[in-house]
Design a protein around this ligand. Structure first.
Ligand code: ZN
Length: 138
């Protein structure tokens, strides 16, 4: 049976990037499942899940790349329609994607040594994010 837990993560928004690896590893350990796959998913259209080397340089480079691709003060049809000013955040979230599947092999996530699971919150205000972590296998 799949083992599901929800993480509650406060963010600062504005492309806040947070390392979720320790929390995901703790859920895997609690699941008792050793081989299978772990799915990490953020509900919401202004946040994303990906991996990176979680160090301040990579985080700054990622934030700069996002600002290049979809500038926060750009001109967006979404802003005209809704007035919430976060058109850039929706585009960034679509590009990066809301979920990740990680193979679980002999009780360990098959991540590289310098590869962490991160949440990126692009919204234009602080948020309380729910992150679903599902462990499937046996
Ligand atoms: Zn919006």
């Amino acid at each position: 049976m799949p083992y599901t837990q929800v993480l509650h993560i406060p963010t600062r928004g504005h492309t806040d990037v947070l390392d979720l690896t320790p929390q995901v590893e703790a859920i895997v350990a609690a699941s008792g499942i050793h081989d299978g796959v772990v799915v990490v998913f953020v509900p919401g259209s202004t946040a994303a899940i990906t991996t990176m080397e979680y160090e301040p340089g990579c985080v700054a480079d990622f934030q700069r790349l996002m600002e290049t691709l979809a500038p926060e003060d750009g001109d967006y049809a979404h802003n005209t329609r809704w007035g919430d000013g976060n058109g850039y955040a929706h585009l960034r979230a679509s590009l990066v994607g809301p979920s990740l599947s990680i193979p679980l092999v002999q009780g360990r996530l098959a991540l590289g040594t310098w590869q962490q699971i991160v949440l990126a919150d692009f919204d234009n205000r602080p948020r309380q994010r729910r992150i679903l972590v599902q462990v499937l296998g046996d």
